[in-house]
Ligand binder design. Structure first.
Ligand SMILES: Nc1ncnc2c1ncn2[C@@H]1O[C@H](COP(=O)(O)OP(=O)(O)OP(=O)(O)O)[C@@H](O)[C@H]1O
Length: 334
């Protein structure tokens, strides 16, 4: 459900369509299309060099696209009349004038963008920099600079927010804080795009993920579906593991101990399995395993389908993209 701010949601999207970006011979973004929608946190994931920052720079039109485009609320970013009120961005937290105080920096941005100066104090408080507002930015840690960058993004009370790696430099408390902030921004009905290479953090933060590799779209799915796509095995516990393993092997299932040691893969020489070891079963659904156990007269104490973590799903996805790209352009059909 998209929550809050009814009536203000139309068009508040980031739309990337057929975007291609090059640096000389390097294709940084390759025919990339996705839409970032309001009311949810969208994680923008990909390994180093995947093209996340380049895509975000393209959204701001800081660099020219070879083909395609990115629109913010249906318009090119430079054509927005009051851009800070439409989209707040954090691209490079380090790119601030170190000689100024946080208060002077945010106040100056407010003045030059026609935003009430009272907002400056409000956003500094919102990001936890109230106490440090009078200090020079040059003395700030990376985590404090991230908070300052987020404060400037929030300054215009924008409907769309786009943060590049905002978790960098934050300590565990800072990460928890940012997760809560992103959640509340999305719950207010805003559009929130956040890039990260920290998959597990995104698993806890993002409702939806856009995964890219080598500038190409790999996945554009709800977060929970990403891990579900990569169901690994079914964990089975019984006090008759040997008997169950034999019955499972007889129908072609692959059975190993749930830890790491293989019971057997093929053939007749099954290893010994301790009663409290679980079995890891592949090649049969949990329903199939349950039915087979019933026929074999084996009671089960646990039957759990196990999915991959988002981290594992991500590794698997992006590994494929590397292999895919390695096959050469001639084989790449779209
Ligand atoms: N200014 C530049 N000049 C030349 N090549 C660049 C430039 N910026 C990025 N690239 C290249 O474009 C590709 C995409 O880089 P980009 O920084 O967008 O990826 P990313 O997903 O943000 O990665 P990271 O997490 O490492 O920042 C990479 O191959 C990178 O080397």
């Amino acid at each position: 459900m998209e929550a809050g701010r009814p009536g203000r949601q139309a068009g508040r999207m980031i739309e990337v369509s057929g975007l291609t970006m090059r640096y000389g011979e390097t294709v940084a973004v390759d025919d990339l299309s996705f839409t970032v929608r309001p009311g949810r946190v969208t994680g923008f994931l990909g390994p180093n060099g995947a093209g996340k920052s380049t895509t975000m720079r393209a959204v701001l039109r800081l660099e020219e696209a070879v083909a395609g485009q990115a629109l913010v609320c249906g318009r090119p970013y430079p054509s927005l009349r009051r851009p800070m009120r439409v989209m707040g961005t954090l691209l490079d937290a380090g790119a601030v004038h170190g000689g100024r105080t946080a208060r002077a920096h945010v106040g100056c941005l407010a003045r030059s963008n026609g935003i009430a100066e009272s907002r400056a104090a409000a956003v500094l408080a919102q990001v936890g920099l109230e106490e440090a507002a009078g200090k020079r930015i040059s003395g700030f840690s990376l985590g404090m600079k991230q908070r300052l960058g987020i404060a400037t993004a929030l300054l215009g009370d924008p409907e769309v927010l786009m943060f590049d790696e905002p978790l960098n430099g934050l300590d565990p408390e800072g990460i928890r804080w940012l997760r809560g902030l992103l959640r509340s921004l999305a719950d207010e009905g805003r559009t929130v795009l956040v890039s990260s290479h920290l998959m597990n953090e995104m698993a806890q933060t993002a409702d939806h993920v856009v995964v890219i590799g080598r500038g190409r779209l790999i996945a554009d799915v709800p977060t929970r579906e990403l891990a579900a796509r990569f169901e690994r095995d079914v964990l089975v516990r019984t006090d008759q593991p040997q008997r169950l393993a034999e019955a499972l092997r007889a129908v072609g299932a692959a059975v190993t101990t749930a830890v790491t040691t293989a019971v057997t893969t093929t053939g007749t020489t099954a290893g010994t399995v301790a009663a409290d070891d679980g079995l890891s079963v592949r090649g049969l659904t949990s329903a199939g395993i349950g039915a087979l156990a019933l026929r074999a007269g084996v009671a089960l104490s646990e039957l759990t389908p196990r999915g991959a973590s988002l981290e594992e799903a991500f590794m698997e996805l992006t590994q494929d993209s590397v292999e895919y790209a390695g096959r050469g352009e001639a084989e790449v059909s779209r």
